[in-house]
Ligand binder design. Structure first.
Ligand code: 13P
Length: 250
């Protein structure tokens, strides 16, 4: 049995003060949540968010992590800095990082290894663009992202890894992959992981769907066999919407 995991990816939204207000509004709404709930917030909001979730089951996440321990890496953030702020999960390889900031499967791989070595749990994003999808390249793209992005990652490492399948064309566009489609593609990712790292690893791995997930489609998506959660962008910025997804069963 895989425990569902619903994570908010706040992206570049919310000041520290706004983050505190949003979390205080959210807390009572998700107090009885069945899935694991994670909030991946901007670096400047981590400390405030960490304080605000104290005494709740909500987990803290960040949106990236450097591959080096420390040093001359202007603009990056280290695993130790995140750990000190109480971070447990970290998003790696989001399509926006890949698209705007030169993130590649190689850098994803380096960041993931560092996160794992430091005891952070990576939420690794994969997904195809619209052009790739239209050219029928979805499987090929995903395979490359998994094979290259997860190079030298061991079966044991997967205990602490979550994969987020985010079709790039569904992010922030209001277009959601149909539940059936998302399930099929996530099934492909799972079969690939089984083939490379073994049946048990693939069976136990939690794979989220991400891309215009909202309260009105969460139940249908979550009902699919292969979908174990969601990585939520826009809808994570409103307490009622995010709670509506977390409480998709109610
Ligand atoms: P939206 O939910 O806004 O489509 O964003 C999805 C996403 O990119 C989460 O990482």
């Amino acid at each position: 049995m895989r425990k569902p995991i619903i994570a908010g990816n706040w992206k570049m939204n919310k000041t520290a003060a706004e983050a505190e207000a949003l979390i205080n509004e959210l807390k009572p709404l998700v107090a009885k949540s069945k899935p694991e709930v994670v909030l991946c917030v901007p670096y400047t909001a981590l400390w405030v968010a960490g304080k605000a979730i104290e005494g709740t089951k909500i987990k803290l996440g960040a949106e990236n992590v450097a591959w080096a321990d420390s040093g001359a890496f202007t603009g990056e953030i280290s695993a130790d800095m995140l750990l000190e702020a109480g971070v447990e999960y970290v998003i790696i390889g989001h399509s926006e990082r890949r698209q705007y900031f030169g993130e590649t499967d190689e850098t994803v791989n380096k960041r993931m290894k560092q996160a794992l070595a430091k005891g952070l749990k990576p939420i690794v994003c994969v997904g195809e663009t619209l052009t790739e999808r239209e050219k029928n390249k979805t499987k090929r793209v995903l395979k490359k992202q998994i094979v290259d992005g997860f190079k030298d990652i061991t079966a044991e490492d997967f205990d602490n890894i979550v994969i987020a399948y985010e079709p790039v064309w569904a992010i922030g566009t209001g277009k959601t992959a149909t539940a059936e489609d998302a399930n099929k593609t996530i099934g492909y990712i799972r079969s690939l992981v089984k083939k490379i790292w073994g049946q048990e690893v693939g069976k136990a791995l939690r794979i989220q769907y991400g891309g215009s997930m909202k309260p009105s489609n969460a139940k249908e998506l979550m009902a699919e066999r292969n979908i174990d959660g969601g990585l939520i962008g826009g809808a994570a910025l409103k307490a009622a919407d995010f709670a509506g997804i977390v409480n998709y069963k109610d």
